[in-house]
Design a protein around this ligand. Structure first.
Ligand SMILES: [Zn+2]
Length: 115
């Protein structure tokens, strides 16, 4: 299944390939503020359709996760990170993906605060 997502103004757009199974609601200080619902996919399943330079980068705490956001509209549509085994991952903010019934998702709690 292929999904398309973007920021609000369209300066950042992407495609994600995969089966949407596990959705995470993270309690870290950033995710709580932005209300992100996260779907983690291997980096190879994520394709940025707009220039890398169009997405600004924010990091905090251990600076491991690169939170990418749009400087024009302020939306955070995705992040880059690595999983515990060291595999490169993309964290998709499902609130920015088209055609998702957000109310039908059953997010699992992710304890990002303790990382
Ligand atoms: Zn934007």
């Amino acid at each position: 299944m292929a999904y398309k997502g973007s920021c609000h103004c369209g300066k950042i757009a992407y495609e994600v390939e995969g089966e949407l199974k596990t959705v995470m609601s993270c309690n870290c200080s950033l995710c709580e503020k932005k209300g992100a619902l996260l779907w983690f996919v291997p980096r190879g399943q994520f394709k940025l359709l707009t220039p890398e330079s169009g997405a600004a980068t924010y990091t905090f705490n251990k600076h491991v996760i690169k939170h990418r956001f749009c400087e024009t509209c302020g939306i955070h549509p995705f992040a880059y990170g690595v999983d515990p085994k060291g595999n490169e991952m993309a964290a998709i903010n499902l609130r920015c993906v088209d055609g998702i019934d957000l109310g039908a998702l059953h997010p699992q709690k992710f304890d990002g605060r303790s990382l």
